[in-house]
Design a protein. Structure first.
Length: 304
């Protein structure tokens, strides 16, 4: 028997049919955080069981994660920050028997909430800070600090017959096959977070024609060995949701990042490569590309 997700009054389950409505709000009121795109919400809906509500031209999102994790709100998207509306939602959660909580709150939103709602605690969520890079830096890898990355690229490109390919529907199955191979190598079903990511990537690829992401791949000797999925986050920023490569090919991961940014995102200033989730290896990999800045996120919750 499937447990019914936690819901607040007026919230309805997120579905693929909501794509245009949700995307419209996020385009009118561009977010800072990587989570707030319809593609990201939809591909992770199996884990977070999102619901949405519109009130006074503001989109509110509620997550009710599986496996007994506590529900929480996402930062709203709208023309202004309605502190009283957020307080009412947090109190409604408390009245329903759960902690009144909002996660992934950027600093520009957390600060006024803390100032105006004294019964609130605010805690930095370092594991979910987004890494943001200069698009030019990733596209050129110029300068002394990128010498190691350039060596990685030379190691890969000098040893393989490779091609960069913008994704199209005919490539989806090969990307799925690579994801299965990667998952088998990493024994991802033994690790809940990796297994959830595996499912999220499968969902995104299976709905590639309905979602609004831009993808690319690298083929080696005609076979796809790496792929990536990203999309516009705001007028000056693109977000990369997925980067997967055959880990047995040295230098393929940095080649994928470099080629995708160079070819697909010439019109933006910044590249958001999401968070490291507190995983040491992932943190090291993201720091090795020298982010320009981090998007700090916080968890806020009612006290008492």
């Amino acid at each position: 028997m499937v447990e019914e997700p936690f819901r607040l009054e007026g919230f309805q389950e997120l579905r693929l049919e909501d794509r245009d409505l949700v995307t419209g709000f996020l385009r009118r009121y561009p977010p800072e955080i990587s989570e707030l795109t319809f593609t990201n919400l939809f591909m992770w809906n199996h884990k977070n069981r999102f619901a949405w509500r519109i009130q006074e031209e503001t989109l509110y999102l509620l997550a009710a994660p599986v496996a007994g994790a506590a529900p929480y709100l996402f930062p709203p998207a709208g023309p202004r920050l309605d502190v009283q509306a957020i307080e009412r939602l947090l109190l409604a959660m408390k009245a329903a028997g759960v902690q009144g909580r909002m996660e992934r709150v950027p600093a520009r939103m957390a600060e006024p909430l803390q100032a105006d709602l004294p019964g609130l605690t605010v805690a930095a969520d370092r594991d979910n800070f987004d890494y943001v890079y200069s698009r030019e830096a990733l596209a050129t890898l110029a300068g002394r600090k990128y010498s190691r990355k350039r060596n990685h690229l030379k190691h890969f490109t000098g040893r393989h017959d490779w091609t960069y390919l913008p994704c199209n529907p005919t490539m989806v199955q090969q990307c799925l096959d690579l994801q299965e191979y990667w998952c088998a190598l990493k024994h991802c079903e033994e690790f809940p977070n990796t297994a959830a990511e595996h499912r999220a990537i499968n969902i995104a690829l299976h709905h590639a024609e309905s979602l609004l992401f831009s993808g690319a791949a690298i083929a080696v000797a005609g076979k796809i060995q790496a792929f990536t999925l990203g999309e516009a986050l705001s007028p000056d920023t693109a977000v990369i949701h997925v980067e997967k490569a055959n880990p047995e090919m040295d230098g393929l991961y940095p080649t994928l990042t470099h080629e995708y940014v160079k070819n697909a995102w010439a019109g933006v200033a910044w590249i958001n490569r999401e968070q490291d989730l507190g995983e040491p290896g992932l943190r090291q990999a993201k720091e090795s590309f020298f982010p320009d800045h981090l998007v700090e996120k916080h968890t806020i919750q009612l006290t008492g």
